[in-house]
Design a protein around this ligand. Structure first.
Ligand code: IMP
Length: 460
C-alpha cells in the first residue's frame, strides 16, 4: 500500500520527521515532485544528515526513489550520495528515467529571472527548479534517460542551449563569462552530463518509476510517497506566482510517480500541519506576526517598534522553532495557524489523517490564536480565495485558545496522547474537527522519538 505525505501549508511543516517515522514500516520512499529545493535534516543514531534531494529514507536503509515528477540535479545527487557513503552508509537511490535533469543554465537563469521580476519574484531557492520545469513543459528539457544515450543528449543540448544563451544575453543583457559561460556551452555540458549518465548506468540507478513501484506494491511492499514543499506553494493551488513550479498536493503523487490515482487513493494521504505558520518567500499571509524585510509585502523594518507585541511574538516563535531556512539560512516569516489555508489543503489532497508538529514550540504562551476564517470584501469566508490579490485583501478572524505549559515533552511522547497538556489537546481536536480528518501523530519535539503516535497507517 501507499502512504502519501503532503505539506498542508507553505513547506517546512516537519514532513521529514513524519516520513522518517512512518518510513520505518515502508520498503521504499519515493519523492514525486521538486528537486534540491527541499532541505531536510535527518538525525539517525545521533548523526545529523542534511539532504536536499535524496529521499530521507535512504539514510535508514530504504530504497529511495526520485520519481518522474522530480527535477534532478545530478551534481547534487552525487554529492549527497558521496557524503552519505563517506559516513559509512550504503544508500540505494533510484532515479526515474522520465525525471528531468536540472542543468547549470537553469540555476543561472533562476537567479537572473528573480532579479528581473523584482516585486513578482517568489524568493526562490536559486536551484534552477522553475527554469527546469519550464523546459519540461516547453518540451525542450533533458530527461534523466537522455543522459544514458550520448547521441540523444547531444541532440537535445544542441537544440536548447543556443536558446538559453540568447535568453541570457539578448533578452536579459547578461555577459556570460567564466563558470557562467560554461553553463551555456554545449561541449562542456555534454561532457559533464554524459559522465553523470555513465555513473547512473554503472551504478544501476535508473528505473521506469511507475512500473518499478507498481511491481513492488503488487509484491506486497509498502511505499511511502514523500511530498516536498506545501499546498500553499503548489503551482496550481498555491499563492501564484509566489509558488514553486510543481504539485506538492496529492494529485502530484500519482502523476509524479506513474502510479494510478486509484492506487494512491486506496492508500492513506496524511496532511502535515505545523502548529503555527512559517514561510520562506513572499506573498500574502493573513495571520502573519510581524514581518521579514524583503519577504513580507510592503514591510519596512525601519519603522518597526521593537516593543510591538506581534513583533515580539514573531521573534519568540522564530527562535523557539528555529525558523531559518535549511537550504538558504534565511529567516522565515511566521504567523498563527491559518485554518482557511488548511481547509483548502485538506480538500485539495483529500487528507485521511493529520500529523501536527511543533506544538512544543508554542508552549509557555499565555494564549494561542488561530485564524479561523477570513473577512473578505465584507463577507466571512472559510477557505482560500482563488487569486493571490483576493487573498491579499483577506484579514483573519481569530479564535483564541488558552495556552499550554512547557512540560517534559520526551515523557509526553512516551506516555501518549493523554499526557499532552489539556489545552493543547483542545487545540488539536479543534483542528481535526475543522479539517474532518483524524489525528495520526503529534510532534512534540525535533527528534522522531518525540512524537505521540495515534495511528500507524501501514498497520491499519
Ligand atoms: P523554488 O522552488 O526554488 O522555485 O522557489 C519557489 C518558492 O517556493 C519560494 O518562495 C521558495 O521559498 C519556496 N520553497 C521552495 N522549496 C521550499 C521548501 O522546501 N520549503 C519552503 N519553501 C520552499
Amino acid at each position: 500500500m501507499t502512504v502519501t505525505i503532503v505539506g498542508s501549508q507553505l513547506g517546512d511543516e516537519g514532513k521529514g520527521g513524519v516520513v522518517d517515522l512512518y518510513g520505518d514500516a515502508a520498503d521504499i520512499v519515493a519523492r514525486y515532485q521538486g528537486g534540491d529545493n527541499a532541505g531536510h535534516t535527518v538525525v539517525s543514531d545521533g548523526e545529523k544528515y542534511k539532504l536536499s534531494l535524496v529521499p530521507s529514507g535512504a539514510v535508514r536503509g530504504k530504497i529511495g526513489v526520485l520519481g518522474n515528477g522530480c527535477v534532478v540535479n545530478p551534481e547534487t545527487l552525487f554529492s549527497e550520495l558521496d557524503q552519505l557513503r563517506e559516513r559509512g552508509l550504503e544508500p540505494d537511490v533510484r532515479v526515474a528515467e522520465r525525471a528531468h535533469a536540472i542543468l547549470p543554465y537553469h540555476r543561472v537563469l533562476d537567479g537572473i529571472e528573480e532579479k528581473e521580476k523584482a516585486d513578482l519574484a517568489a524568493g526562490t531557492t536559486g536551484r534552477g527548479i522553475g527554469p527546469a520545469y519550464e523546459d519540461k513543459m516547453g518540451r525542450r528539457g533533458v530527461r534523466i534517460g537522455d543522459l544514458l544515450d550520448p547521441a540523444v543528449l547531444r541532440e537535445r543540448l544542441e537544440y536548447v542551449v543556443p536558446q538559453k544563451r540568447a535568453l541570457a544575453e539578448d533578452v536579459f543583457g547578461v555577459t556570460l563569462e567564466g563558470e557562467t559561460a560554461d553553463a551555456f556551452d554545449v561541449d562542456h555540458l555534454f561532457e559533464s552530463y554524459r559522465a553523470y549518465g555513465e555513473r547512473l548506468a554503472t551504478e544501476g540507478m535508473t528505473v521506469d518509476c511507475g512500473t518499478f513501484l507498481q511491481n513492488r506494491i503488487d509484491a506486497g511492499e509498502n511505499v511511502l510517497l514523500e511530498g516536498a514543499q506545501g499546498t500553499s506553494i503548489d503551482i496550481d493551488h498555491g499563492v501564484y506566482p509566489y509558488v514553486t513550479s510543481s504539485n506538492p498536493t496529492a494529485g502530484g503523487a500519482s502523476v509524479g510517480t506513474g502510479l494510478g490515482p486509484t492506487v494512491v487513493g486506496q492508500g492513506e494521504i496524511i496532511g502535515i500541519v505545523k502548529a503555527y505558520l512559517s514561510r520562506v518567500g513572499t506573498g500574502p499571509l493573513p495571520t502573519e506576526l510581524g514581518g521579514v524585510e524583503g519577504q513580507t509585502p510592503d514591510y519596512d523594518s525601519e519603522g518597526v517598534d521593537e516593543e510591538d507585541e506581534a513583533e515580539q511574538l514573531a521573534t519568540y516563535i522564530r527562535d523557539e522553532g528555529g525558523e531559518y531556512g535549511t537550504v538558504t539560512g534565511r529567516p522565515r516569516r511566521v504567523g498563527w495557524l491559518d485554518v482557511p489555508m488548511l481547509r483548502h489543503a485538506a480538500r485539495a489532497s483529500g487528507f485521511t489523517g493529520l500529523a501536527v508538529n511543533h506544538i512544543d514550540v508554542l508552549a509557555g504562551l499565555e494564549e494561542v490564536e488561530v485564524g479561523h476564517s477570513y473577512e473578505f470584501d465584507g463577507e466571512e469566508i472559510f477557505t482560500v480565495p482563488p487569486t493571490t490579490e483576493q487573498w491579499g485583501r483577506c484579514t483573519a478572524n481569530y479564535r483564541t485558545f488558552d495556552g499550554w505549559p512547557e512540560v517534559d515533552w520526551t515523557a509526553v511522547a512516551e506516555e501518549g496522547y493523554e499526557a499532552i497538556p489539556e489545552n493543547a489537546r483542545t487545540y488539536l481536536e479543534y483542528l481535526a474537527d475543522e479539517l474532518d480528518a483524524p489525528l495520526y501523530a503529534i510532534g512534540v519535539g525535533p527528534g522522531r522519538e518525540q512524537t505521540v503516535i495515534l495511528e500507524r497507517p501501514y498497520d491499519s
